[in-house]
Design a protein around this ligand. Structure first.
Ligand code: MSP
Length: 503
């Protein structure tokens, strides 16, 4: 049975600098899923935010001669500007410095401590500040550097509180045999590299750091950034606060919960986060989608490597819909993708200008030219085109329901290609010359049906441009969904529009 609520989250990003296209990637995918689910009549909640504690942020603030709070206030304000320009319609932007979050995290710690799932001990290990992560030997290169950030990790020996992750060996083995984590390759990697060798307890407090959430149990300790950060997904909904109505809806069994992350933080989300939830007697998300990286100059695009592309520059140059389309279509989540400005341009020209946009302007022009802007008493329900459009819609929905956005977009675009090809074959201008007006009218109406289906499928992506298609064909975009596409009322049209000009 279809669930009522849909909850989608992105990682909360570190304000250790401005965001780049890699962060825009995850957030845009989440936005697309949220908008799609709205069309499917789910009540949705889309969470993003910033991860503001920890050594890395503390260091950065000192460099900038600001207090950590002043520093994070400044940077997160820039996050919000980016999301607005990219048309990211989030429901909430959580900050781990929010008082409500801080109180709720302290209570989570106390709860786990009281259940003896957290205990005091001593940590002896190697820590990467850039990744804010204790490294296992497989994460350190033969020269002694962190394989993700390339930085030199530090040796740390200190008192700490541990979360009893090792108690959950069987639970995690079972979980990672299901399809909770996609893609398959990442699921196998987690099993092989982290679970099968035997799980170790996780250090969840630090004593050498000021900029974190203090625990009530021991004055010297602050909570390790990851326990603090992972909890955001429930504290944002009001878990452990006086108003937990959102939590009751969006973390209930009536909710479909999907979490998007980049592959480098899969371990935290597929091992530690499920352990925390299980320890709190809470349900798990339905799906963890761990996507690949955007590479630039053959390395992961990242602030620490300094090879970043600023999405604001791209929005300025190409408009946000073009960037959203590139992200949705050209960067499938199951592998790494190379960043390329040429690909943004080529993708736009091929799929939006030449295929979809060209189809729409050809057809609306013919409706204006041959039928004075309106098609009356049409009948195309038995046509091949109509059937093909409906099959495409079904396939599109199946793919989107499996969070395969790139393949879903590809499917929608094939419908446009099919229509352009059929127009070349049928040559509607010949039907007009031969005075076959009924045939011509029904043909154009069938193609118009395909175009409206495409606008609906691409609506979660092309959020600005899509409004122009409704204007081009004279209907109200807001009112349509996949169940009433065939009952659209069209007004007479007169405007000739070119929606996607070639770049
Ligand atoms: N603060 C942690 C996440 C805590 S979530 C409870 C963190 N922050 S981060 O600022 O480093 O952001 C990491 C995330 O940004 C990745 O998981 C991914 O979603 C996105 N990406 C950052 N660089 C990326 C690429 N080059 N390519 C694809 N995604 C990238 O980790």
């Amino acid at each position: 049975m279809q669930k009522k609520y849909f909850y989608v989250t992105t990682p909360i990003y570190y304000p250790s600098g401005n965001l780049h296209i890699g962060h825009a990637y995850t957030t845009t995918l989440a936005d697309i899923l949220s908008r799609y689910k709205k069309i499917q009549n789910f009540e949705t909640f889309f969470l993003t935010g910033s991860d503001e504690h920890g050594q890395k942020i503390e260091k950065k603030a000192i460099e900038m001669q600001l207090s950590p709070q002043e520093y994070v206030d400044k940077v997160t304000a820039n996050f919000k500007i980016l999301w607005e320009k990219l048309n990211i319609d989030y429901s909430k932007f959580i900050r781990t410095t929010d008082i409500q979050h801080i109180d709720a995290v302290k209570k989570i710690f106390t709860n786990l401590y009281n259940k003896d799932l957290i205990y005091k001990g001593q940590y002896d290990g190697i820590y990467c500040v850039t990744c804010e992560e204790f490294l296992t030997s497989s994460q350190i290169s033969s020269e002694g550097f962190c394989i993700i950030s390339g930085d030199k990790p530090q040796l740390i020996k200190e008192d700490t509180y541990f979360l009893r992750v090792s108690k959950f060996q069987e639970f995690l083995t079972e979980l990672l045999k299901t399809n909770f984590l996609i893609p398959e390759s990442r699921r196998k990697e987690m099993l092989k590299n982290f679970i099968e060798p035997g799980l170790e307890d996780l250090s969840v407090t630090r004593i050498t750091l000021e900029w974190g959430i203090p625990i009530n149990e021991d004055l010297k300790h602050v909570i390790y950034v990851w326990l603090d950060a992972l909890s955001n997904y429930i504290t944002a909904l009001g878990y452990n606060s006086s108003d937990d109505s959102l939590f009751k809806k969006f973390w209930s069994n009536d909710a479909e919960i999907v979490q998007l992350v980049g592959k480098e933080i899969t371990r935290f989300h597929s091992i530690y986060w499920p352990v925390i939830l299980k320890s709190l007697d809470l349900r798990l998300p339905d799906k963890l989608l761990s996507h690949g990286w955007i590479l630039f100059k053959n390395a992961k695009m990242s602030k620490s490597l300094g090879n970043v592309i600023n999405p604001l520059d791209l929005i300025e140059k190409f408009e946000s819909d073009t960037l959203r389309f590139y992200i949705a279509h050209e960067l499938p989540t199951n592998r790494d993708g190379n960043y390329s400005e040429d690909l943004i341009i080529e993708s736009y020209n091929t799929h939006l200008a030449n295929n979809f946009g060209n189809l729409a302007s050809r057809v609306s022009n013919m409706i204006i030219k041959y039928f004075d802007g309106e098609l009356i008493d049409t009948n195309f329900d038995n046509s091949e085109i109509f059937k093909f459009a409906n099959e495409t819609i079904d396939k599109f929905q199946t793919l989107m329901n499996n969070y395969d956005i790139s393949e879903a977009v590809h499917t929608a675009l094939l419908l446009g290609q099919h229509c352009n090809k059929i127009i070349e074959e049928i040559k509607p201008w010949n039907l007009f010359d031969k005075k076959k007006y009924d045939e011509l009218k029904n043909f154009l109406a069938a193609i118009r049906y395909c175009i409206t289906a495409m606008t609906l499928m691409l609506k979660p992506i092309l959020v600005n441009k899509i409004k122009l298609f409704a204007q081009q064909f004279g209907y109200e975009q807001e009112k349509i969904d996949f169940s009433n596409l065939n009952t659209i009322k069209f007004e007479k049209i007169t405007d000739k529009l070119i929606i996607f000009k070639r770049i």
